[in-house]
Design a protein. Structure first.
Length: 135
């Protein structure tokens, strides 16, 4: 397996990056958690389908947009934790006295429509672990 980075800094570079990935024989795509990429979720999903690349992302919205799989932190849980921090700060706790937390609740979302379009079968053991399956 060989890892290659497709550096994209502007929305008009996505098409070129996907063409390069296809030309190089990419077998899959891992979409990093990045605000820029999340802003262009629909464009990335369309290009991924066009290139017929199975892809995985860490933000649930990507699977909902058409990416094969997403696995990442539950953002609703993170938001609830942030609200508790704000509450403590407003009640007088110094921010520096609050512990740094990491996510502990993760979500696996599988898009079966995309799997079918790619000719992939997701094993029942994986589907059984999914928090949400898009059919």
């Amino acid at each position: 397996m060989q890892l290659e980075s497709l550096g994209v800094r502007a929305a008009d570079e996505f098409e070129r990056a996907f063409q390069a990935a296809t030309r190089r024989g990419a077998g899959a795509l891992l979409i990093l958690d990045d605000f820029f990429l999340t802003r262009h979720i629909t464009q990335i999903a369309v290009l991924t389908a066009k290139a017929r690349l199975p892809a995985m992302a860490g933000v649930t919205g990507f699977a909902e947009a058409g990416i094969l799989i997403s696995y990442g932190p539950n953002f609703a849980d993170i938001t609830r934790r942030a609200v508790l921090y704000v509450d403590k700060i407003l009640k007088g706790t110094r921010p520096g006295d609050l512990p740094i937390e990491q996510p502990t609740n993760f979500e696996l979302v599988i898009n079966l429509k995309t799997a079918k379009a790619l000719g992939l079968t997701i094993p029942p053991s994986v589907l059984g672990r999914a928090d949400h399956v898009i059919e």
